[in-house]
Design a protein around this ligand. Structure first.
Ligand SMILES: [Zn+2]
Ligand SMILES: [Zn+2]
Length: 386
């Protein structure tokens, strides 16, 4: 340590301590930067012994909070017990009077570039907590954020949400994709629905949400779909992709099988991701539709449907137009006025409207020149385009 600098510091300290008793932590903090020392406490102790000064009863700045941090860390330990985490960050809300007294000392004695009492408190608590839990501080993306409010003597806990990606297949007809939200809170979460936002779990969404909520000990599972289907549709093949955000998870380290069979649906390739895409995801689908026609159709006329591949399909939605393309069509006659059509197209094609010709041009009805109805459609393959 630079002896000249230390001598100046000792002189400076004598003046401060004459008016304001400070604990080793607070004393050391005032000069640690200047002397290039890491441990505030050790430096404070060293300065004090050189000056042959006794420990004060009460520190002017922190009122001995710095030497009592272990009791507060205990509270965080208690509160964090039921959570699984490997990284964390501690924040603090202090009595304003502590900041005031810290400022008074700094300005009165012209001390600059000093770590604030708040940073010192959170740093020290972080060290203690890290040692006890074998977890590490992460400033960017911690698993847990603890905010200790010294004013209200309260510790707030915020686990980072877990983001997931997977696909699902639906193996039987008669299951809606989306769940009706809890009627008390409209899905926000309330006491009635145990904060899940749902009261029943009789849909694809409900079944996936309930499974994830249980597995991760989470409060809510918010699902984002890539496309949708009817209650009567099947989703087979590689399944429909979706994203899920798990709010307030208690567990993080969970191993999943490649295929998870739930009642009536399966979840495929479930995995944790860093970010749910904010832009719409582009995708293509292969669907099999059963089409019923008002008039009987000659088999030769059915071949006309191949033309749909060669032109954009225009969707009229509200005041704007949207375009979709069809890439592949295969047709199989079922009877005089029904046929099956397997089609690969851009995702998000409104299939019933495309068959009926309802604000879609061209459509199956317009090509065949008779009113058509989509009796049923199933998804056979969904491909995300990157
Ligand atoms: Zn102090
Ligand atoms: Zn509710």
């Amino acid at each position: 340590m630079d002896k000249k600098k230390l001598a100046v510091v000792l002189e400076h300290t004598r003046g401060i301590l004459k008016e304001h008793p400070l604990c080793d932590h607070c004393l050391g903090r005032m000069f640690a930067g200047k002397l290039g020392v890491v441990s505030h406490k050790r430096l404070g102790h060293k300065i004090r012994s050189k000056l042959e000064q006794k420990q004060p009863k009460t520190c002017y700045i922190c009122k001995n909070l710095m030497s009592n941090l272990a009791t507060h860390v205990k509270k965080i330990l208690e509160a964090s017990k039921e959570y699984q985490f490997s990284t964390f960050l501690i924040g603090a809300v202090l009595q304003p009077s502590i900041h005031d007294r810290d400022d008074i000392i700094r300005s009165k004695f012209k001390l600059r570039g000093i770590v604030s009492i708040k940073s010192d408190i959170t740093r020290e608590m972080g060290k203690l907590f890290s040692r006890k839990t074998k977890s590490v501080v992460d400033y960017q993306n911690p698993d847990m954020v603890f905010t200790i409010d010294f004013k209200r003597d309260y510790c707030e806990i915020k686990p980072r949400a877990i983001l997931l990606q997977a696909r699902y297949t639906k193996n039987i007809r008669g299951l809606p994709q989306k769940q009706k939200p809890c009627d008390q809170c409209e899905g926000r979460g309330c006491f009635v629905c145990d904060f899940s936002g749902m009261r029943e779990f009789n849909s694809v969404e409900g079944k996936i949400a309930r499974f994830l909520i249980e597995k991760f000990g989470a409060q809510q599972a918010r699902i984002t779909w890539i496309g949708g289907e009817d209650e009567s549709s099947l989703v087979v093949g590689n399944g429909r992709p979706f994203f899920a955000k798990l709010v307030n998870p208690h567990k993080r380290k969970i191993f999943f099988r490649k295929k998870i069979d739930l009642d009536k649906i399966s979840i495929l390739g479930l995995r944790v991701i860093n970010k749910i895409p904010s832009d719409p995801v582009r995708f293509r689908t292969v669907v099999v539709m059963e089409v019923e026609t008002e008039n009987e159709i000659e088999p030769a006329l059915l071949e006309e449907l191949q033309k749909l591949k060669e032109q954009p399909i225009i969707l009229y939605e509200n005041s704007h137009k949207n375009k979709k393309s069809i890439y592949n069509i295969r047709i199989k006659k079922i009877s005089g006025n029904s046929f099956r059509m397997k089609m690969e197209s851009d995702g998000g094609m409104p299939l019933k409207r495309f068959v009926a010709g309802q604000e879609v041009e061209p459509s199956i009805s317009s090509v065949l020149g008779t009113n058509c109805r989509c009796a049923k459609f199933d998804f056979h393959k969904i491909t995300v385009i990157r």
